[in-house]
Design a protein around this ligand. Structure first.
Ligand SMILES: [Zn+2]
Length: 321
């Protein structure tokens, strides 16, 4: 991974139990590691890696939802730092801790945790100082959907332009509940659910055929491809759109230089890189949008022939140098 291309605000979304929080920690380790390996992994053994693994690295900060708890009597609203030892212990016991398990640890029973204004001010204050160890620093915000509006607004600016070497890793189970302005400031990484439906081999082959034709610069073959797709069943056509969105998301992570966020095994990653490295930003933006609108159109039963024809030509044109 090329650390210099890494976005300074990354939103990991995944269902509870998907491993989104451990994924964010492993990226944090990579960012903080003093001896990163050639193929983009943290070394796992340097002091930074060891401290990060135990969540005690002084430049690894956590923000988690909290609330007034029995253990803390205070006139002000509590912040994560009031419970940091409890959090480290809970996180150590279960790196993929659920929200409910955390509230049980906090002993806030039926109350929900929040990330409030006091927390936002605390984050801004911490980031005014230099990092402790002189290198990068990472702020993991677990469940940003628990942030109230005024805290969100306070953090917008710093999310947009964090000081150099500062990385925000947001880990959300419900990204739809975040302010759109927060979402739009983050690079979005979807952590697949553990039992996700794999991409169908048919969709994968269809997408590869189209990409091969585009890279070969053969518009005539593209027409045949579109005709063939238009003759398939509606479910196969819809699966092509949703599967292609998933595959292109993986390609995009590889293109950005963060292959570990594609969540592929090594042979899959090597195969994907052959395509991903020939694509560009404009292609991804344009084609994501096209696949999404094509899916909506298929659901409204529009005529598939012109739809696949224009989709295929958009692929073709977006991939010509
Ligand atoms: Zn290391």
């Amino acid at each position: 991974m090329r650390i210099d291309t890494l976005s300074h605000a990354i939103l990991f979304s995944g269902e509870e139990g998907s491993g989104a929080l451990p994924q964010a920690l492993s990226l944090a380790k990579y960012i903080l590691c003093a001896q990163k390996t050639e193929d983009g992994e943290p070394c796992g053994t340097c002091p930074s890696c060891r401290k990060a693994q135990n969540a005690i690295h002084p430049d690894l900060h956590f923000v988690v939802p909290v609330n007034r708890a029995k253990s803390v009597s205070s006139s002000r609203m509590p912040v994560t730092d009031d419970f940091i030892d409890l959090w480290r212990q809970a996180f150590h016991e279960n790196p993929d801790i659920t929200e409910q398990q955390w509230y049980e640890k906090l002993e806030i029973e039926n109350k929900q945790g929040t990330i409030g204004t006091a927390e936002a001010e605390n984050i801004i204050r911490k980031l005014q100082f230099k990092s402790f160890e002189g290198g990068a620093r990472v702020m993991i915000v677990w469940l940003p959907e628990r942030m109230n509006i005024s805290a969100s607004n306070k953090l917008l600016k710093i999310l947009e332009e964090p000081s150099p070497g500062t990385y925000f890793l947001l880990v959300s189970h419900r990204p739809d509940q975040l302010l759109p302005t927060i979402r739009s400031r983050c690079m979005q990484v979807q952590v697949p659910p553990k039992d996700r439906k794999p991409v169908s081999a048919e969709s994968y082959a269809n997408l590869q055929n189209l990409l091969d034709l585009c890279f070969a610069g053969k518009p005539s073959g593209i027409l045949d491809w579109a005709e063939d797709m238009a003759s398939r069943g509606r479910e196969v056509q819809k699966a092509f759109m949703t599967d292609s969105l998933q595959i292109l998301r993986q390609y995009y992570m590889i293109f950005l230089g963060v292959p570990q966020l594609a969540f592929l095994d090594k042979p899959e990653e090597t195969a994907a890189a052959r395509y991903a490295n020939r694509m560009g930003d404009v292609f991804f933006q344009k084609i994501y949008l096209r696949l999404n609108t094509s899916l909506e159109q298929l659901e409204r039963n529009v005529n598939a022939r012109p739809l696949f024809c224009s989709l295929a030509f958009d692929f073709f044109l977006s991939l010509q140098k």
